[in-house]
Write a protein that binds this ligand. Structure first.
Ligand code: NAP
Length: 251
């Protein structure tokens, strides 16, 4: 039987984060739905409540230390000690290196890497006190390199090193840390990539699916299922791993 925990999912207003919040709620956890705009979390919160779960919407910019501290304090006060953390919030600012601005670089590194660092630093004491915790960081197949994504691929490769160090430092407290690295997942993020390169989203999906061994693109629920496993009691001996969820092998 699974134990009910308090889980935080960042960037949970839509896409992979929303599916992950819904899945963790179905697993029996109370879920804090964090995103830039608190109002935008309403859909995710309603879906969780309609399914009989408990969810709390919290507006936060994960790249801002003061906001992160306030958000985590609010979660702890209203739901209880957060011992599951999914660092999912993300943005893209794609450009070839000669056109990439410092803002493109700082914004992407700021949300993914600095955001994951700040959220983890703010929640780890709850996990170490409980002698139990689960941290899942969203990396990407782009960590292996992707044209036009020098900033994003650096951030996503950085998430992998960050994850492994967390696993080493926090393991003695019963806390595991793992990274999930999705391939192509059908969300607003991939829709905006299709728009940027001027290809209809349906064509972009069909073309991408042809390159993927299982012959389809991923759905947010594919990632949510993997995160669910990594957050489970049974996954306590899996730590410091990067799991590519991409419909085929990547390395
Ligand atoms: P998405 O649909 O664009 O959703 C990302 C969410 O993060 C949005 O709700 C966004 O809010 C929020 N967010 C952005 N900046 C934030 C900040 N500073 N603080 C708090 N929340 C913030 O993206 P997705 O496709 O679900 O991706 C989720 C994660 O998976 C990301 O880390 C992404 O890099 C990773 N990933 C996605 C894919 C894919 O194919 N989709 C593949 C590999 C990895 P706003 O709407 O207000 O901007």
């Amino acid at each position: 039987m699974s134990t009910s925990r308090v889980a935080i999912v960042t960037g949970a207003a839509r896409g992979i984060g929303a599916a992950t919040a819904a899945r963790l709620a179905r697993d029996g956890h109370q879920v804090a739905v964090l995103d830039l705009d608190e109002g935008a979390c309403a859909g995710t919160v309603e879906a969780v409540r309609a399914a009989g779960g408990t969810a709390l919407a919290v507006g936060v910019d994960v790249s801002r230390a003061d906001q992160v501290e306030a958000a985590v304090t609010r979660v702890a006060e209203q739901l209880g000690a957060p011992t599951v953390l999914v660092n999912n919030a993300g943005i893209i600012r794609d450009n070839l290196i000669f056109r990439m601005t410092e803002d493109d670089w700082d914004a992407v590194l700021g949300v993914h890497l600095r955001g994951a660092f700040l959220m983890t630093r703010a929640t780890q004491s709850f996990m170490t006190q409980e002698k139990w915790g689960r941290i899942v960081n969203l990396s990407s197949s782009s960590a292996l390199g992707n044209r036009g994504q020098a900033n994003y691929s650096a951030a996503k490769a950085g998430m992998q090193g960050f994850t492994k160090t967390l696993a080493i430092e926090l393991g003695r407290f019963g806390v595991t840390a793992n990274a999930v690295a999705p391939g192509f997942i059908q969300t607003d993020m991939t829709r905006s990539t299709a728009e940027r390169i001027g290809v209809p989203f349906e064509d972009f999906i069909a073309h991408s699916a042809e390159q993927i061994p299982v012959q389809r693109v991923g759905q947010p629920e594919d990632i949510a299922a993997t995160v669910s496993f990594l957050c489970s009691e049974e996954a306590g001996f899996v730590s410091g791993q990067v799991i590519y969820v991409a419909g085929g092998p990547l390395d």
